[in-house]
Design a protein around this ligand. Structure first.
Ligand SMILES: C[S@@+](CC[C@H](N)C(=O)[O-])C[C@H]1O[C@@H](n2cnc3c(N)ncnc32)[C@H](O)[C@@H]1O
Length: 163
């Protein structure tokens, strides 16, 4: 399945976290980075955030818009690569954006730089890359369905962390 065709564990736990704790995003400008199907971005939009879903894949952008419509919310989308740029967002959601070492090495310094600018960064991650998120603060842990297993027969403990 393509990466945008299902909710990854990181996206699942961010969505659950935001539905449980709307104060993190309510009324804020939110960037869903590496949005895929955009489950976490939709959760933020449902809680009253204005959401930009960023994914390099145009099919992911189209799916994010369709999923938003199906859930009665609106999201903006972009296929621009925002890595390395300062973003106009108050909150960044990064669901499973560090699923392999090379990507984690590019994404985490940028997320850390955005956090240093005062952007609230929420990462959803099952810690696939050992050590990559050692410096992050854990906010919550949930059992999430393994990649592409929507029935939840295999679950992974997956964390919501902030940088
Ligand atoms: C593992 S999927 C996670 C999707 C979603 N966040 C979730 O948790 O279900 C990672 C996504 O990041 C996207 N991606 C990778 N590098 C990116 C970049 N530099 N900018 C935007 N999206 C990127 C991929 O196209 C893919 O859809």
């Amino acid at each position: 399945m393509p990466y945008w065709a299902f909710a990854w564990p990181g996206g699942q736990v961010l969505a659950r976290f935001l539905l449980d704790q709307p104060q993190w995003v309510r009324g804020r400008r939110v960037l869903d980075f590496g949005s895929g199907c955009a489950l976490e971005g939709l959760a933020a939009a449902l809680q009253g955030a204005s959401v930009l879903c960023a994914d390099l894949d145009p099919q992911a952008a189209g799916l994010a818009r369709r999923n938003a419509q199906a859930n009665g919310v609106t999201v903006e989308t972009t296929t621009e690569d925002l890595l390395g740029r300062d973003v106009d967002a108050e909150v960044i959601l990064a669901g499973d954006a560090c699923y392999e070492p090379a990507l984690a090495q590019r994404v985490l310094p940028w997320l850390t730089a955005q956090a240093a600018r005062g952007v609230r960064v929420l990462v959803g991650d099952p810690l696939r890359v050992p050590g990559a998120l050692d410096g992050a603060r854990r906010l919550s842990t949930y059992d999430a369905s393994f990649d592409g297993d929507p029935r939840g027969l295999t679950v992974w403990p997956t964390h919501v962390l902030t940088l």
